[in-house]
Write a protein that binds this ligand. Sequence first.
Ligand SMILES: NC(=O)c1ccc[n+]([C@@H]2O[C@H](COP(=O)([O-])OP(=O)(O)OC[C@H]3O[C@@H](n4cnc5c(N)ncnc54)[C@H](OP(=O)(O)O)[C@@H]3O)[C@@H](O)[C@H]2O)c1
Length: 244
Amino acid sequence: MPDLLILGASSDIASACAHQYAAKGYQVWLAGRNMEALKKDAANLTIRYKLKAEAVYFDAADFASHKTFTTSLGFVPDVVIVAFGYLGDQQLAEHDWDETTRIINSNYTGAVSILNELANLMEKEKKGVIVGISSVAGIRGKKNNYIYGSAKAGFTTYLSGLRGRLVAAGVHVVTVLPGYVDTKMTAGMKLPSPLTAQPQLVAHDIYKAVASKKNIIYSKGLWRYVMLVFTSIPESIYKKLNIG
Ligand SMILES: NC(=O)c1ccc[n+]([C@@H]2O[C@H](COP(=O)([O-])OP(=O)(O)OC[C@H]3O[C@@H](n4cnc5c(N)ncnc54)[C@H](OP(=O)(O)O)[C@@H]3O)[C@@H](O)[C@H]2O)c1
């Protein structure tokens, strides 16, 4: 049975991915901080899909633990999904360095730290797919979330370089660029429904992208065109816009 490792497994998108892959016969390893919730999720997956699902502790911001986390898994995953992330509070972060580092570590540094370890392992074994969930927010900075956006920009660039490095070893890297997704992260926000995906759609798009070895996907796909327009606005105009 192939193994799926999800990092940040209590995210709503991650949870939808766990069901998507379990339904296709994968053993699922749910890694995250909330062990009580993850153990329940693993038990539900085990019963529902009659497979092995397990919860393992993982904190993206505890960089020193990442080497041990990787070696103690005891296997090389067939698919790894990096799903953890933290939108944070931009206005707070402008005055509070702790909030700034939480945003950067949860969206960039933590991902680099764990993927450096996993990539070495997968490169050696010459197998596997790494999926990084980044964001369209990393494509162009917005005044209301540029700390989150710049961390995602760093992550997108990291994934691009990693893809180039690992291609020779037969390890594939998929960059996922969601637009708005209806999850805990966006709870309470007014999102335009034509541009908002449900987590199940993102999970389905990820599964399809892995199976067909896509490099970069937008979810919803419409975001590719939204971002084309967005990036074509001259900076002199863009800097004065109030974009939500
Ligand atoms: N929702 C959107 O509109 C949207 C749009 C574009 C991109 N994304 C990206 O998609 C991914 C999944 O988002 P989502 O909306 O499904 O998020 P979500 O439901 O809010 O979940 C985020 C998850 O990240 C985990 N996390 C945060 N910091 C962590 C750390 N240091 N170590 C381990 N886990 C950590 C949280 O774990 P705890 O439960 O332990 O706090 C939480 O389960 C994120 O990378 C997000 O940035 C989301």
